[in-house]
Design a binder for this molecule. Structure first.
Ligand code: ES4
Ligand code: ZN
Length: 325
């Protein structure tokens, strides 16, 4: 049987982690005080009382306002460093960290402040034996024009970013809305992924666009793909990485998608387990492995396969994969 010691000790890669979603109540309060930002909460209990959500929209309504406490380069550094220490404690050997520049530039924080703070933590993570990289996400509920400007800004920091993704509210914001930006990013050698959140309107159509038209290499969540056997076969054949997030799923839907995860493992799809927004969804990556293993009685062999998949779907060289596998 799978114990929490086992899921914690297993070496793993984390491929679906929003750095803004690692802001713990304690750091939120500390930064609020340090930057003189009134967030309307004074204690950890006050903060936790606001963590009341049942779907993506109600989650995002809590998530974005909290980012006001992030003002200076040092704040972004402290945020990322706190996460990377937790990653090390979870035996995460490699992590590809999402960040949302538009959530900050839209409230007047320079792009440079965000990326320089995060990047310094990525560099310092080597001392923790954690190999880290940054993936820039576009907020899909913002305009194409905003995405275009954001990509142009990112190009000044090309060597600090390994890929791009799409997150935020998927409703009526299909992947194809950003086809042009994805094409430009691919031409610059950036890797491509997109959220295809669970049980969204047009889930299958969004997955189809992402795989057949935009040539993404991974799907974040993406477990609705089980509804279309042809797309499952395509994902297996192309070695598309799917990044499931069980605890996050349990907040925005009635379950952790364990049946879908098991089915995709059987079909040979490179599906992995990740933590999404661990400060908001009650658990870091080892907790996610443990929760899904318990609830769906996954075997140790299945858990090991999920961890192997995390390295195989990572944007690292085959040589680097050999070090971990
Ligand atoms: C997110 Cl759970 C989720 N879905 C979409 N966008 C996000 N950004 C951070 N967490
Ligand atoms: Zn996510």
């Amino acid at each position: 049987t799978v114990t929490s010691e086992f899921t914690q000790g297993l070496p793993k890669a984390e491929l679906h982690l929003h750095i803004e979603g690692t802001l713990e109540p304690q750091l939120k309060l500390k930064l609020a005080q340090r930057n003189h930002v009134d967030i309307g909460q004074k204690t950890i209990e006050d903060v936790q009382k606001t963590y009341d959500y049942h779907d993506l929209a109600s989650f995002l309504a809590v998530y974005y306002p909290a980012m006001n406490v992030l003002q200076h380069e040092e704040d972004f550094y402290d945020l990322a460093w706190a996460y990377l220490q937790r990653a090390a404690a979870n035996n995460v050997r490699h992590v590809e960290i999402f960040f949302d520049p538009q959530a900050h530039t839209s409230r007047g924080i320079p792009f440079a402040t965000v990326i320089n703070g995060l990047h310094q933590a990525v560099v310092d993570a080597r001392a923790l034996n954690v190999d880290a990289a940054l993936i820039m996400c576009f907020l899909r509920d913002f305009s194409k024009e905003s995405a275009r400007q954001t990509l142009a800004q990112a190009m000044q920091y090309r060597d600090k970013i390994i890929g791009i993704g799409l997150d935020s509210d998927e409703h009526n914001n299909p992947p194809l809305k950003f086809a042009r930006q994805f094409e430009d990013a691919a031409a610059a050698g950036l890797h491509l992924t997109t959220h295809c959140d669970i049980d969204q309107k047009d889930s299958i159509e969004h997955i189809r666009q992402a795989l057949e038209i935009m040539d993404v290499e991974r799907l974040d969540h993406g477990t609705n793909i089980v509804e279309d056997p042809d797309l499952v076969a395509l994902a297996a054949q192309r070695k598309i990485g799917l990044t499931a997030c069980p605890l996050s799923n349990s907040f925005v839907s009635p379950d952790m998608k364990g049946k879908e995860i098991t089915e995709l493992l059987k079909a040979g799809v490179q599906i992995s387990i990740n933590s999404d927004d661990p400060a908001y969804f009650k658990g870091y990556i080892s907790d996610n492995y443990y929760a899904v293993a318990q609830k769906y009685q996954l075997t140790q062999a299945q858990i090991i396969q999920l961890a192997k998949n995390s390295f195989n779907a990572a944007w690292i060289s085959d040589q680097q994969k050999q070090l971990y596998l």
